[in-house]
Ligand binder design. Structure first.
Ligand code: G
Ligand code: G
Ligand code: MN
Ligand code: NA
Length: 253
């Protein structure tokens, strides 16, 4: 079977699961948010990486259905966490370019939030830099609509695309997410300079800034001293099962 046909079955057969990776506030050491990351437990092939099937889903349009499933799962997990009396935290959800380009996205998400009862302020959409910068003028209106629902908006993989700074200033976004390739390269002078520049830019634009892909203490230490607001990476935790979120929220880093 081709991967796209298998993916169609996978969605029907409940082979997809979500994991959550914590994001740590550098001022308090507390976990304040989690990124939802999809996993595919294939019956024969084992774990299929989203790096492999997300591009296929994006190409075939299956990402629309997959994206709707992700949000429904997130709402279900939030209900479960609430039932345990956990303190509320933000859940970050990756939105693919094709999803973002749907004209009806803001209306659909608004209706989804009404029906599911998920509070909009608990949800942060991670949009890629290239998706929002392509056709930026029309995207301003769409971003405003998403913002007016009460959602938070982050620019994912920041620094890998071609951001126009004038648009960045006009976009109603909350967070810049420094791409992990820059964090991995941070021990080199060029890498550190790029990270410094993105943090400085976020301060100028009064945006929150998060670095992902933190694997070593040295990276954490540097970013804390530079005033990075949030950190995410294997150094703190790999993506975890929803059942393990309660314990994770009790950790202090
Ligand atoms: O979890 P991992 O690092 O293997 O993810 C690989 C890629 O898949 C990343 O680019 C990530 O953004 C993307 N990805 C993971 N989960 C989702 C999801 O639920 N929706 C979308 N659109 N992309 C996802
Ligand atoms: O494109 P996006 O930034 O959404 O992708 C996030 C991806 O990075 C996920 O697949 C996640 O599993 C992965 N990831 C998270 N933390 C680390 C880390 O510390 N190191 C590496 N190499 N990958 C990470
Ligand atoms: Mn992401
Ligand atoms: Na990213």
């Amino acid at each position: 079977l081709k991967l796209e046909e298998e993916l169609r079955d996978a969605m029907r057969n409940h082979e997809l699961e979500l994991r959550y990776q914590p994001q740590v506030d550098t001022r308090t050491g507390e976990v304040v948010s989690m990124e939802a990351l999809v996993r595919w437990k294939h019956p024969d092939r084992g774990m299929v990486s989203p790096g492999e099937f997300i591009p296929v889903a994006e190409r075939t349009g299956q990402i629309i259905e997959l994206g709707e499933w992700v949000l429904a799962e997130v709402a279900r997990h939030c209900q479960y966490w609430d039932s345990l009396g956990l303190r509320p935290f933000t859940v970050c959800v990756n939105i693919s370019p094709l999803q973002f380009n749907q004209t009806e996205l803001p209306v659909w998400i608004g209706e989804f939030l009404d029906v599911s009862g998920l509070a909009p302020e608990r949800l942060e959409l991670e949009l890629t830099e290239s998706a929002i910068m392509t056709d930026a003028e029309t995207n301003i209106e769409k971003l405003r609509k998403l913002k007016s629902i009460g959602l938070k908006l982050a620019v994912d993989d920041f620094g890998t695309g071609y951001s126009s700074l004038s648009y960045l200033k006009r976009f109603p976004i909350d967070t810049l997410k420094i791409d992990q390739s820059f964090v991995a390269d941070m021990e080199s002078p060029d890498g550190a300079a790029i990270v410094d520049a993105i943090i400085a830019l976020s301060k100028t634009l009064k945006l929150s800034v998060i670095a992902e892909g933190i694997e070593r203490f040295g990276q954490l230490d540097y970013l804390v001293r530079r005033g990075c607001d949030l950190l995410q990476g294997y150094y703190f935790a790999h993506p975890i099962y929803p059942e393990d979120v309660p314990d994770m929220l009790c950790q202090n880093f």
